[in-house]
Design a protein around this ligand. Structure first.
Ligand code: KG4
Ligand code: ZN
Length: 344
């Protein structure tokens, strides 16, 4: 039949995932199961993801995640039409664990193997959730990625610009650290920002004076550090209101850069865009979402933000991207390599 059922594996950063996605020739695709196991507690003592710890945890957990995903879907390996796996970019140990696990499953069952680019997984998610038609524009904004992509086809992405240094999520995390707020920093900084004045500190809007869609977020952190330290020098410390104002001003700067560059990306993108979409953990931020919604409205484009569980790292997006590749006649063989770097 023309219905495809794909098992997807994800292990490129600090989330281990397995998922089963099914799609028929017509009708909406269905996520039959999606299992994600985070590793935050394993890494929390180290102030960041430790690659060796991540790789070992993925290796230990992948099989269990696969079992769980199949069990929740009520299916067996023999019901799969192909095995999809993130083959990069990411931390090489984790990517290798996933690729080896997928190769083992493919070899044991004789099922086709489909390697997926992790960024393509994020970028194709709006087709899984909202059935978007090509071409559309997507902003990937997370702790590790930040780029505008024009998505023209399953394997046809044009990068219109991206960060030249930190990702915005990373900037939120560093800001939280500087202000003694908990990690991950995004939600904590957003909660503070809601109580603060975003106009109190005039933080820079980096690269807004330059053409193109490139962005920079590392200078913002420096500006925030200076503002914090001058408050400490003047007052001997920062008040609760100072902290809220610092967060609000920081968030306003990130929001303005993302929205301003989104406006530019729309004009640089191909004609006939079907939507402006977002993915990545930063897309959870209500103020950033609202600003992007406004940019989409101005351009008379629908604004598509998949549910958060599908915006952050997960295996359903890998199963889906694998399904799209497989349906387009693309697959890999046992020479599939794990790639730490793999630009779209
Ligand atoms: O996509 P994600 O779960 O993982 C990757 O980085 O791949 O994104 C996590 C990032 C973290 O840096 C986190 O601080 C940020 O997304 N984030 C947010 C919010 N929620 C999560 N940033 C801003 N506002 C939020 N509400
Ligand atoms: Zn990701």
């Amino acid at each position: 039949s023309d219905t495809l059922t794909i098992l997807g594996l994800e292990s490129s950063c600090d989330d281990t995932g397995a998922a089963v996605v099914r799609a028929g020739p017509g009708g909406a695709p269905e996520i039959l199961s999606s299992v994600v196991r985070g590793q935050t507690t394993l890494h929390s003592a180290f102030g960041g993801v430790v690659p060796e710890i991540a790789a070992r945890a993925h290796a230990e957990r992948l099989d269990l995640c696969v079992e769980e995903a199949l069990r929740r879907a009520g299916l067996g390996l023999s019901d799969m039409d192909a095995i999809a796996v993130t083959a990069g970019p990411g931390l090489i140990g984790g990517v290798l664990s996933g690729v080896m696990c997928a190769k083992g499953l493919a070899a044991a069952t004789g099922k086709p193997l489909v390697g997926v680019n992790h960024l393509a997984g994020h970028a194709l998610t709006p087709r899984l959730t909202d059935g978007l038609d090509f071409p559309y524009l997507i902003l990937l904004a997370s702790g590790g990625h930040c780029q505008f992509l024009a998505v023209r086809g399953v394997d046809d992405f044009t990068r219109l610009g991206g960060t030249i240094d930190d990702a915005p999520g990373e900037a939120f995390d560093k800001t939280a650290k500087l202000l003694a707020l908990p990690q991950p920093g995004g939600p904590a900084v957003e909660a503070e920002a809601e109580k603060g004045d975003g106009k109190r500190f005039a933080f820079p809007r980096p690269l807004m004076d330059r053409p193109g869609c490139d962005m920079s977020f590392s200078g913002l952190k420096t500006a925030l550090l200076r503002a914090r330290d001058s408050l400490i020098a003047e007052q001997g410390g920062i008040t609760v209101q100072d902290r809220a104002d610092l967060c609000a001003s920081f968030q306003a700067a990130v929001r303005d850069v993302l929205a301003g560059k989104a406006r530019r990306a729309i004009s640089a993108a191909p004609e006939g865009l079907s939507a402006l979409a977002v993915a990545g953990g930063v897309a959870a931020n209500r103020s950033i979402r609202a600003a992007l919604q406004e940019v989409a409205d101005e351009a008379a484009l629908p604004f598509v933000a998949p549910p958060l569980s599908l915006c952050t790292d997960n295996a359903a997006m890998i199963a889906w991207a694998g399904l799209e590749r497989f349906r387009a006649g693309q697959q890999d063989d046992m020479t599939l390599a794990a790639r730490p770097r793999w630009p779209l």
